[in-house]
Write a new protein. Structure first.
Length: 472
């Protein structure tokens, strides 16, 4: 054999060896993926494997072999592995794309490692890309605008997942929030929560135990009254006691006039606020006597029920600008006391503001109202008063678009109640009113019967006493 022929045979041997090793490695990966990866990802695959093992054991004891079951298992393993590869293909493709972006933007750790895409999640409005990385979050924030340009998408948030510093989530807008979301009774949540609208992450809600008092600020036409209508409706459905302070005599809230007490003059408002302070003190005594901390714990006790009271103020500025200085001072003192003391006893204040002003909201009231909802303002000053920054000055000019400030800032689209829904609500409130009147009449009849029974009992007892004395 010549030297050239020998070299050629070596090359062919190496090539065949590479093909065989590649083939064997591919089979090994296929089997590993089907046997290990697939059942980890899918419980149904795990249970299928478990069933096949049982069938193999039964087949062996009944027929002395399990060849057919083993062939079936092999087929299932191969199909499961193919399913994993098909599902992973888009993720692998995106890993290459993100790596190219990170290389160009120099988003890399000090050790030269690029962020590694580990999974992707989709919701209605956002895509969440999770990366395993030790690149500091500050670097990501500094590159956010460049990332948006490369991805041609709006980045809503960059965060660590569950305080894990080795995982960074990139939240990218999939589609913008709709400009109108109609209210639906499905949005009525559990007893202590009220629904406000939707943001990119789902339904935005307020917890009345965690945030007992709320400011809702918005210019004329912002949709502030619409939010108040949604909240009032939910409170009535949840059997809260609802009070409404509105100097426009409840014209915008006429659908609720049969079941909501409306206050529109200063004298009655002062009496209401004063009675609420007394109610607060009485409830605090109840909590202390029963050795519980708040209304939630009290209502868990056997035979105990404390009804939540929610007071809506359509325009706080109007309430605080009485020409009577004494009345103005008294109202301010009442509001300060309520915002300070009533958080545990289930008395909540939800206060609307057309234009927040430091001369209207004093420091004590402002500090005791933790939840702020703010619509768009052309002037940045109201946004600074409500939110502490200019966020409300920069949001999209869409009716019903608000920012909620709690632990974070959340832009959301408030639920809308149109004329058809108002007709439905008006009819429903009429039914609530009739049911309430009927329950009151039944209660009155029962009380009347009890009084008559007591009178008859007393009469019979007096006759019995007379006869007994007469016998003696």
């Amino acid at each position: 054999m010549s030297k050239k022929e020998e070299e050629l045979s070596y090359k062919i041997g190496y090539a065949v060896g590479d093909v065989i090793s590649f083939f064997l490695f591919g089979i090994f990966r296929l089997l590993f993926t089907g046997l290990i990866t697939a059942p980890k990802r899918s419980k149904s695959v795990f249970y299928i494997y478990l069933l096949l093992i049982i069938l193999a054991i039964v087949s062996y004891f009944l027929y002395g072999n399990c060849y057919f079951v083993c062939l079936l298992a092999l087929l299932v393993i191969i199909l499961s592995a193919i399913d994993v590869y098909v599902k992973d293909y888009p993720l692998k493709k995106k890993r290459k794309i993100f790596k190219q972006i990170f290389e160009e933007l120099k988003i890399v750790s000090s050790g030269g490692d690029y962020p590694y895409l580990i999974y992707e999640e989709d919701t209605e409005y956002i895509n969440v890309f999770a990366f395993k990385t030790i690149v500091p979050l500050e670097v990501w924030h500094n590159k956010q605008s460049l990332l948006e340009s490369y991805l041609n998408s709006k980045i809503l948030m960059i965060r660590h997942y569950n305080n894990d510093n080795n995982e960074v989530d990139l939240l990218i807008e999939k589609q913008p929030l709709p400009e109108s979301i109609l209210w639906n009774d499905d949005y009525v949540l559990n007893k202590e929560y009220l629904s406000l609208g939707k943001d990119h992450f789902g339904v935005v809600e307020m917890d009345l135990n965690r945030n007992p008092h709320t400011f809702i600020a918005g210019e004329t036409g912002s949709g502030k009254s619409n939010i108040l209508k949604c909240l009032i409706y939910q409170c009535i459905v949840k059997d809260y006691e609802v009070k409404l302070i509105d100097f426009k005599r409840g014209v915008s809230f006429s659908a609720f006039s049969d079941v909501v007490t409306i206050y529109s003059d200063y004298e009655r408002i002062q009496l209401l606020l004063k009675s609420l302070i007394q109610e607060t003190n009485d409830r605090l005594d109840l909590l202390r006597n029963n050795r519980v901390e708040d209304i939630k714990d009290y209502n868990r006790l056997d035979g105990c029920y404390m009804r939540r009271i929610v007071v809506f103020i359509d325009e706080l500025a109007e309430l605080m600008r009485s020409s009577d200085k004494e009345a103005n001072k008294a109202i301010t003192n009442y509001l300060e006391t309520l915002t300070r003391l009533s958080r545990a006893v289930g008395i909540n204040l939800i206060m609307g503001l057309q234009r927040p002003d430091s001369t209207i909201i004093n420091g004590q009231i402002k500090n005791n109202v933790s939840l702020r909802i703010c619509g768009r303002f052309i002037d940045p000053e109201p946004s600074r008063i409500m939110l502490g920054n200019d966020c409300a000055n920069k949001i999209t000019n869409i009716k019903g678009r608000f920012i909620l400030k709690d632990d974070t800032y959340r832009e959301f689209q408030a639920f809308r109640i149109n004329d058809e829904l108002m007709f439905y609500i008006r009819h429903k409130m009429y039914q609530y009113s009739n049911d309430y009147q009927k329950s009151q009449e039944d209660e009155y009849d029962n009380n009347d019967k009890n009084e008559n029974y007591e009178e008859e009992t007393i009469t019979n007892e007096s006759k019995l006493d007379f006869n007994f004395d007469d016998i003696l």
